[in-house]
Design a protein around this ligand. Sequence first.
Ligand code: 0GY
Length: 297
Amino acid sequence: MSKFVMDANWLHWHQSPTKPSFVVPEGAVDAHCHVFGPGDQFGFAPERKYTPCDASKQQLWDLRDYLGFSRNVVVQATCHGADNSALVDALEASSGLARGVATIKEDISDAELDKLHAAGVRGVRFNFVKRLVDALPFDSLKRIADRIVTRDWHIVIYFESQDLPELYDFFTSLPTTLVVDHMGRPDVTKPVDGEDFALFLKFMAENKNVWSKVSCPERISVDGPSKEYQDVVPFARKVVESFPDRVLWGTDWPHPNMKSHIPDDGKLVNMIPLFAPTKELQHKLLVANPMRLYWSK
Ligand code: 0GY
């Protein structure tokens, strides 16, 4: 029994997802997912903005196998702050089938960074979503970036589209590969070839170190699950077709902070061919790109 009580409005992940009809290529990587606790083993951070249900590494591996995936990239969730113990535990138990993205503070020691790397961490996450974290000041993030660049790690950046203009210059000043969560959360009520999304496409076009996850249609969609998140498809497809060598895909299991509904993970997998319509694009998205970023060093 966890000593933590999940938030009253917390939505538990889907208990019986559809078996996907889309068969992912051999060696596919779910490149965005999380573990939560279990809280009695790995407590949640005092500064967290939400308390989730437990979501263990074994439950994540079970989903991986059920959906036909081979590997995971586990991203440190904000509810664990900069204590990466649950993440490291999952990576160490994964038999090399999971890599990680950590959250660190600038005073982390070299020995701790070495330990994270040995466990399988290959990046850090900078989160600018205000409802999730109080973001660190730019100069502190810059010092973290300078620490990790020497290890050839990358930086995962999470922001919402309305904040890209003010973050743009900071992002382009960063010295390593940047991976944007969920396409920078575009406003899909605006046109895919409109001004807003153009800034995101320019960010990727002019900065060859910028990658994007084409993930979380369930968060981005206004149409919602009854219309199968179709309003997100043109945005994801545009990113995949424009930058086929710099895109990743992930389930986002266990879907933290979904308030309207919880997605069916199998149906999310079935959307992949809409985002990446050819076998070649699917292989890059699910195998070649994540293997290059996470398993080649
Ligand atoms: C996501 C999205 C969210 C949460 C987190 O670390 C987190 O707490 O990432 C969100 O609430 O939008 O990528 O899982």
